[in-house]
Design a protein around this ligand. Sequence first.
Ligand code: FAD
Length: 477
Amino acid sequence: MSFQDCSSRFCVIGAGAAGVTAAKNLKALSIPFDLIEREDDVGGNWHYGKPCSSIYQSVHMISSKKFSEYTDFPIPDEWPIYLRADQALAYLRSYARHFGIYEHAEFQRSVLEIAPVPDSDLWDVKLDKGETRRYRGVFVANGHLVKPRLPNYPGHFDGLLLHSAQYKTPDTFAGKRVLVVGAGNSGCDIAVDAAHHGRAVFHSTRRGYYYWPKFLFGMPADAWAEWPLRLRLPLWARRFFGKHMLRMFTAGDPADYGLPEPDHKLFEAHFIINSTLLYHLAHGDIVAKRDVQELRGDRVLFTDGSEESVDVIVYATGFELSFPFLDQKHLSWSMEKPALYMNMFDQQHPNLFFIGLFQTSTGNWPLMDYQSQLAARYIRARDAAPKKAARLSRLIAKDRTAADGGIRFTNVSRHAIEVEHFSYRSKLLRLIRALALSPDSQPDSGSLIHPAESLQPQSARRRRVEASATTNIDIVQ
Ligand SMILES: Cc1cc2nc3c(=O)[nH]c(=O)nc-3n(C[C@H](O)[C@H](O)[C@H](O)COP(=O)(O)OP(=O)(O)OC[C@H]3O[C@@H](n4cnc5c(N)ncnc54)[C@H](O)[C@@H]3O)c2cc1C
């Protein structure tokens, strides 16, 4: 057992996309920290095959590269619009290398418990190997796509049962009759994988969704969806045009493919972005099914009364939030999630920050970057510009307005941490700007890009980073 006083430093838990940008932005403001990662390298979810990763071999990013890159580290121009998993991983590692994050990382170390130190804002962090450290505060960046949420259907199933996080390669499906449950992006991807390798494929969805292709009018779906937001079109108009555009210019009506009609308004559910699911439904390679009613050994009964014999079931039914190292009593909870201002600040603990605890229909990494810029500036301002910091402290204490852009997300666990990316990003940018510090109180701020610049075209931003920054990213297979 050992105890170390690290009370001038922060502890960042996790070296996934969220943890590395938290580290980078702390470093940019000369705020000392340690980065603790259970695995042997940076990457988190994109570290294929590791316990921390929920991806499968065939995965490609769903967000396009322009909306996926960090604010000051462009994805190379010559890379594809939708990155492969190995490219996503190489990009994250290159970012960590470029900003000197590896020097602060301790790999193959696990945080077992964190607890606030009574009568102070400090935190005790219990690590493996019997070590406890007392830190100034903690950045929780442990990812939220790790603990599978499993449905509880009556009956039993005799075949192979997997959660999407356990599915890795399509040979699992070779010659098999496959049922994929759930219409999230993973469920749709996996159903398509199965269509190429299985003998028969059934895709069960409980409700209807809108299916976006990866490209619309030659533009990636997220880039296309951004324009009406920038033009400040009202929500009703975006809904009206979006819905008609999807029906008229893409694949038509989901019901024509045997899928249920959407039971919610456009944008009220996380986007499903998949160009090939409807194609395979139209060719009979995948058969749409309603919700599962009962498992019957080697057969599955659906709520419409149909029954199919099935060898493999993949539950693509999402994940539960999980902070196994943090006793729930230390947080206030609301609807299965911690009640946090901007999904990141805890009212009771000024030195506890959550990075990446949100879900959007576009790239998450730049938003994690903004979250981290905000947290770092807040910490710095509390030391150097307390009046400015006090304004944010008041918001953290009182403001409960959601960054939902006026959208009421369908009330299911799946959307517990969903934010509407445009209003969320705008609010983060406003808060970051409000914490602008004088050059004297902002040491080493050279790499902290002015947030407004990130909304400029990639070429404009690219000129601002060192030419060599991302041109030599090694792909580790
Ligand atoms: C199939 C799939 C496709 C996706 N596509 C996209 C996409 O196109 N665009 C997009 O933006 N996002 C996408 N995502 C979301 C993806 O999860 C995020 O891009 C991002 O990787 C999340 O980063 P994170 O750092 O929050 O979490 P993670 O990547 O999960 O990293 C968390 C890290 O914390 C470590 N850790 C956890 N607990 C501890 C502990 N107690 N002690 C020490 N270390 C710990 C883990 O080992 C891990 O390395 C996708 C997700 C999936 C599953």
